[in-house]
Design a protein around this ligand. Structure first.
Ligand code: SF4
Length: 332
């Protein structure tokens, strides 16, 4: 399978995780995203296991991610009006950046802000909840060959060492005896192996645990503040981005762009190329890009925009529905 085809596989893994996380230990409410991480390490699929009640409280802060500067303000905003420099911990960078973040946070309705003389005071609208339970990284490699196994072993070893994630997995396709046990044995023992079979598309039974992962979270309360903050930033980005964000970078406004059903997943399909296009090729520079004819934008599409806009709305609705379900679920 080419790197391009891995994009499609990644979307299917994301949908599988959304439908039936956790694969080995019973259902856990979770948010799924893709292509996130730190400067040093980008994960293919990220699963953020959540506390459902706290997640519902997080949703009250809106659908967008709260970035690191905003988090500094939102997490520490006091219940009563106070000068922002008294209320917030020393940022270890100039206060003027904090002031900008205060304005942005108030502009997004995340906190309240007022002037008292020449001092800016802030007050929280609601407490920022402790909604993240665990962070899980999944590396997707449908065809596991020798060189991919070597690279993956290094990456997963790095994940195990940094313990930024609580659990790491390799997802690989099982159909036709393609998974070589010898290659799997080279993976760090702490990494789980998820054997997928998406031949008939995605449903909750489309994967099985071939190797159980170890819990990488430090015992006791030993994650330092910097790591805790970085994890929260990743979780926020996962929340804001989800995994259907491909529609922001691809061209659903192209007349050849379709969504195709793969079991319980909806994935992009290019009618001109007869395949699932990658985010890279499905762009404005695609030689076969053809804008929707203006007629499509009015006939039968009375609200605004044509099928392209409709696809965007459909994907947003799916994302919102999954968020609703996650917030209303309770742990087993
Ligand atoms: S023709 Fe190009 S831009 Fe249009 S859907 Fe296919 S890959 Fe995307």
């Amino acid at each position: 399978m080419t790197p391009d085809a891995e994009f499609g596989y990644e979307l299917l893994v994301c949908r599988y995780a959304e439908l039936s996380w956790h694969p080995g230990e019973g259902t856990r409410p979770a948010v799924v995203s893709r292509q996130l991480g730190t400067q040093r390490r980008r994960w293919d699929t990220v699963v953020v296991e959540v506390d459902p009640d706290a997640f519902a409280a997080r949703r009250a802060f809106g659908d967008r991610a709260i970035d690191s500067d905003l988090l500094h303000v939102v997490r520490h905003a006091p219940a009563e009006w106070a000068w922002y420099r008294d209320a917030l911990p020393d940022p270890e960078y100039p206060w003027r950046y904090v002031r900008e973040a205060v304005h942005r946070a108030a502009g997004r309705d995340l906190i309240e802000e007022r002037r008292n003389g020449n001092r800016i005071q802030i007050r929280r609208k609601r407490p920022y909840p402790d909604w993240v339970r665990r962070i899980v990284a999944i590396e997707n490699k449908p065809d596991l060959d020798r060189s991919a196994a070597d690279r993956l072993a290094d990456q997963l070893a790095h994940d195990v060492e940094t313990a930024l994630a609580d659990e790491v997995w390799l997802a690989t396709e099982t159909t036709g005896d393609r998974v070589e046990r010898a290659l799997l044995r080279e993976m760090p023992v702490e990494a789980g192996v998820l054997a997928t079979d998406f031949a008939a598309g995605v449903d909750g039974d489309a994967a099985a645990v071939a190797w159980h992962p170890s819990d990488l979270s430090p015992t006791g309360d030993s994650r330092d503040d910097a790591t805790t903050t970085r994890r929260l930033e990743i979780a926020e980005r996962a929340y804001g981005k989800g995994w259907r964000s491909f529609r922001d970078t691809m061209r659903p406004d192209c007349r050849h762009f379709e969504l195709r059903r793969e079991g319980r997943a909806l994935v992009p399909h290019c009618a001109a190329k007869g395949k699932l296009p990658t985010a890279r090729e499905c762009s404005g520079s695609c030689p076969q890009f053809a804008p929707e004819p203006p007629g499509w934008r009015t006939k039968g599409w009375p609200i605004d925009g044509g099928p392209g806009k409709g696809i965007g709305r459909l994907l947003d609705r799916r994302r919102d529905r999954e968020r609703d379900e996650t917030a209303s679920r309770h742990r087993d």
